[in-house]
Design a binder for this molecule. Structure first.
Ligand code: HEM
Ligand SMILES: *[C@@H]1O[C@H](CO)[C@@H](O)[C@H](O)[C@H]1NC(C)=O
Length: 521
């Protein structure tokens, strides 16, 4: 019998055929990876102890910063809420250390930590290489705009921003509406495929499943414009299936963190190679088609920046990937939570529907307004159900004092997103709890009041590239959905509306595991 891991490592042809030789070679490789990982752990442990000797990770009284002693590299994504609770238990309202594969990172969870960290941000903030996620992540997203820093980052934003502006999204409004309508028409038949859908009647669907393809289509339209044919979109769906496997390994793969493993032939490597190759071919083909047929296609308009050397082809491809694939999980979760939060809060849903129905005469003006229940519902849903349990790391290039503790330059900091967005005193004022879904709360709060208590599109000078587009996607979505259906919860006990929705453990975003009943109006 061959040990099962041989198949995964797939060393076909590179080692002796005999079982003995195979075992030995695999054993040596596993050992080498282990030794390499242990060496890394040790190196950073020593660095931290030295830093403490110098007074870092200590407050003014010399007290050491508390620390969650386990490695949260994977758990912060899969079981983020539990990690958050354990952090609160050991450190209360103070920042604390967590470990990312042997490297110390600092968790910020209260408005004063966030203000200390971002409020004094001048030029000196940056994202660590590969977001601290190792060589496999590097190959798929390591050169994307979200990971790069300094002048490179600025140049890249200049290339991509103009195609993701508020105006661009407004111009696409009717396209978006058409796509949302088509999605709504098809939704009941998604259920029929599983056996219990009768046309024209109510149906029940898992919210994340229901919202998976729609934002993918909308963002693909933003990127490829008129060049996105049905066939091209089908190809993108195929690529997405491959991309999901690759990204899953980038976030959750254990061996994929090893540089040595990255060099060896393996299933992970061949999937990565295949994705890399096909993604390049797909984009070049789209650009060619757009040019040959004179179709309007934003990606084709961005491409000259590669040809004239402003950005590399790798940066270009990684960023389009980040915009299209990597953010689908975020955007589809955000849409799913909108459905769930409104289903759980009937009064909020009724009020919002009334507002939507009162603005059918001029939907464009309604979309543009920012003091509407529609806007507040979108804000409230992201506040209560953030896209990830913890933000991706960012560090300051000079030493800092955060929450009273001294932190050395270069220490990655992450935000406990749910805790900041729900536990900060500003969310628990006026008799409304921070864990309640209450869009109206934004009517009485000023932006200044929640400036350091609300992570949505980024807290520093660096912001989500999709923030303007997202608002229009979310609003167009809600306007259409609320006219068509009443949303009801499934399997939520009365009184439990304030409990966090169950979430999946196999995604790097906070993904609800919750069904919604769609009742035609
Ligand atoms: C409502 C849904 C969304 C939320 C809550 C969200 C949130 C965020 C956050 C918190 C960041 C990190 C900002 C920082 O550096 O501190 C970010 C970055 C980014 N997001 Fe979004 N996002 C959303 C939708 C989108 C969409 C639809 C796209 C693509 C069109 C997108 C593309 C990006 C990119 C490329 C970055 C990296 C930007 C940079 O570092 O320059 N996001 N997003
Ligand atoms: C989104 O809008 C803000 C303010 O209206 C603007 O500063 C920002 O550059 C826009 N972002 C993009 C990607 O166009």
């Amino acid at each position: 019998m061959m040990p099962s891991h041989i198949e995964q490592i797939n060393l076909a042809g590179t080692i002796p055929k005999s079982a003995y030789g195979t075992c030995l070679a695999v054993g040596l490789i596993v050992l080498a990876i282990y030794v390499y990982d242990q060496y890394n752990f040790l190196r950073y442990q020593v660095a931290k102890v030295l830093a403490q000797r110098l007074g870092y990770f200590k407050d003014a009284q010399g007290n050491r910063m508390k620390e969650l002693s386990f490695n949260s590299r994977f758990l912060r994504f899969s079981n983020g809420h539990e990690v958050s609770e354990q952090g609160t238990a050991i450190a209360g309202d103070e920042p604390y250390i967590t470990w990312n594969d042997g490297k110390p990172e600092v968790v910020l969870s209260c408005p004063n930590h966030v203000k200390d960290f971002y409020g004094r941000e001048t030029k000196g903030h940056a994202k660590p290489p590969n977001m601290g996620m190792g060589p496999y992540f590097d190959r798929v997203l390591g050169s994307s705009v979200g990971v790069l820093n300094g002048d490179k980052w600025k140049t890249m934003r200049k290339v991509f921003d103009p195609h993701l502006s508020h105006q661009m999204a407004m111009d696409l409004r009717s396209t978006f509406s058409r796509e949302v309508a088509a999605w709504m028409k098809d939704l009941p038949s998604t259920v029929a495929k599983f056996g219990n859908g009768v046309p024209g009647s109510e149906f029940v669907l898992d919210a994340s499943t229901a919202c998976r393809i729609l934002p993918f289509k909308l963002v693909a339209l933003i990127l490829y414009g008129d060049a996105l044919s049905e066939a091209a979109f089908e190809e993108l769906l195929q690529l997405n299936a491959l991309h999901e496997k690759v990204v899953f390994k980038a976030f959750f793969g254990k061996r994929e963190r090893s540089r040595l493993f990255a060099l060896l032939p393996s299933q992970s490597k061949s999937q990565m190679d295949e994705f890399e190759r096909e993604w390049r071919v797909f984009n070049l083909k789209m650009i060619q088609t757009a040019e040959a047929e004179g179709l309007s296609c934003p990606v084709a308009k961005m491409h000259p920046s590669v040809l004239n050397g402003a950005i590399t082809e790798r940066e270009f491809l990684h960023t389009i990937d980040e915009i299209l694939f990597a953010n689908i999980d975020v955007t589809s979760s955000v849409l799913a939570f909108l459905l769930i939060n409104l289903a759980r809060n009937v009064p909020a849903q009724t009020d919002l529907r009334a507002e939507v129905l009162g603005h059918t005469a001029d939907p464009e003006a309604y979309l543009q307004k920012t003091d509407t229940l529609l806007e507040f519902a979108c804000m409230e849903s992201i506040r209560l159900c953030p896209a990830a349990w913890f933000s991706l790391p960012e560090y300051a290039t000079s030493d800092m004092t955060v929450g009273g503790y001294s932190i050395p330059a270069g220490t990655p900091c992450i935000i406990d997103w749910w805790r900041l967005n729900t536990q900060s005193p500003v969310w628990n004022s006026g008799g409304v709890s921070g864990t309640a879904f209450s869009p109206q709360r934004f009517q009485r709060l000023t932006l200044q009041a929640y400036r350091w208590s609300f992570l949505r599109f980024g807290l520093g000078s660096r912001k989500c590239i999709g923030k303007n587009v997202s608002g229009i996607i979310m609003k167009t979505f809600l306007m259409a959905v609320l006219k068509e259906w009443e949303l009801e919860t499934v399997g939520v006990t009365k009184g439990d509306e304030q409990k966090m929705v169950d979430t999946r453990k196999d995604r790097f975003t906070v993904t609800p595991a919750q069904s919604v009943r769609f009742v035609p109006i």
